[in-house]
Design a protein around this ligand. Structure first.
Ligand SMILES: N[C@@H](CCC(=O)N[C@@H](CS)C(=O)NCC(=O)O)C(=O)O
Length: 382
């Protein structure tokens, strides 16, 4: 590595590492990427963050930051962005936070389905990248065992997100709809919210790159049915600014609340249908949990688990239960905090816009306690 480089601990096939890598490239932040199987990660980083999780960055002066979103904010806060990470217009910024949440968390079903349910197409390819997170000294049998263990955990995670045989077909149909809507939007735009990427693009990039553009099974699907989405993925991953001609008359700035294109509103409606009921059920489940805990003798103390339980809801005709994670509220809080800081007039515009798209529940329903991140993990605020 070069002396002044940041170190990015991650993995080539990691969903959440992709976002940080793309952001660092675009902003020309010097970086060496190091597989998390290396002894520097296991011996130095893991003891400090208390669990195996990627991405993590180590700054040139030795500071450690875990979590994709925290990393982007940290680097942005250090003045290392060459362009705004958040759109200036308050209404567009609310939309950006919505897509940030949805991108990080709302497309995990297709991401996990297309990675873990097509072994014949995907497994040999995945084994190569997963070696990044295994100790370098493992022999072939050791690597095979480590891959079985890691992939077993990920298959279970997929089920916890609602990827089960009865939902496979619906996942494919709904992902096809998403691709078609995003492809239509990109006919007029290089990025989701206008002329340059924002936190919203980096959110969507998580599932759309490492899993859905890169894995052998879904990659041709994206290329052939949504070529402009593939094109956006490539663009997001490039350090060069591309002066391309794919789009005629692209916007010269980020959109404002009064000029949001219909193709963006169509994607917002998709989020409402795809993720609204689930998000709302997760908030209800959490509030029921919190009020039970508040009345129990051993009131919520200590560190909550990453998954606090399973909430039931109806998703496109399937009665299902998915894992409730504090992290999702940590992301949603960013929307709520922004909304609460807006003027009354902007709040009204955002409310109307969200209501038109069936997104009311993302603004109106919140857990009774705030989520904070301390010591590199999510927990309830006091
Ligand atoms: N929200 C977190 C999520 C990180 C995350 O789940 N990373 C995955 C890899 S893409 C991981 O480390 N999983 C390890 C495990 O759960 O065992 C972030 O952005 O840092």
């Amino acid at each position: 590595m070069l002396e002044k480089d940041f170190i990015l601990y991650g993995m080539q096939a990691s969903l959440y590492t992709g976002k940080v890598r793309a952001f660092m490239r675009r902003n020309r932040i010097p970086v060496t990427e190091r597989g998390a199987g290396r002894p520097e990660y296991t011996g130095k980083i893991m003891p400090q963050i208390g669990r195996f999780i990627i991405p993590v960055i180590e700054t040139p002066d030795g500071k450690i930051v875990q979590d994709g979103t925290d990393i982007l904010d940290y680097l942005d806060g250090q003045g290392l962005s060459v362009e705004p990470l958040y759109p200036a217009d308050p209404v567009t910024r609310a939309v950006a936070h919505l897509f940030e949440l949805f991108g990080n968390e709302g497309l995990l079903r297709p991401a996990m389905h297309y990675r873990w349910n097509f072994d014949a197409e995907n497994l040999d390819f995945l084994r190569i990248s997963f070696a990044d997170v295994f100790p370098a000294h493992l022999d072939a049998a050791g690597r095979a065992g480590a891959f079985d263990h890691a992939s077993g955990r990920m298959r279970k995670a997929g089920m916890a997100f609602g990827v089960t045989p009865d939902t496979f077909e619906t996942i494919e149909t709904s992902y096809a709809e998403f691709l078609s809507l995003y492809n239509a939007h990109l006919e007029g735009n290089y990025y989701l919210l206008g002329h340059a990427p924002t936190i919203a693009d980096y959110g969507l990039f998580n599932p759309l790159y490492a899993h859905l553009a890169r894995d052998p099974k879904p990659a041709p699907l994206m290329k052939s049915t949504a070529p402009l989405v593939w094109n956006w993925v490539e663009r997001m991953n490039r350090p060069e600014i591309m002066e391309e001609h794919t789009v005629t008359n692209p916007p010269q700035d980020h959109f404002t609340g009064s000029d949001l294109p219909d193709t963006l509103k169509a994607l917002m409606r998709f989020i409402g249908e795809e993720y609204g009921a689930e998000f709302s059920a997760h908030v209800d489940f959490t509030n029921a949990c919190l009020s039970e805990q508040a009345s129990a003798a051993n009131a919520a103390s200590g560190k909550p688990e990453r998954v606090i339980g399973f909430a039931a809801f109806n998703w496109r005709g399937h009665e299902m239960k998915t894992a409730v994670m504090l992290y999702r509220f940590y992301l949603a809080q960013r929307l709520w905090d922004h909304f609460d800081r807006c003027s009354e007039a902007d709040q009204t515009t955002i409310r109307v816009l969200f209501a038109e798209s069936g997104l009311d529940s993302f603004l109106e329903k919140r857990p009774a306690r705030r989520v904070i991140r301390q010591n590199h993990q999510e927990s309830w605020a006091d």
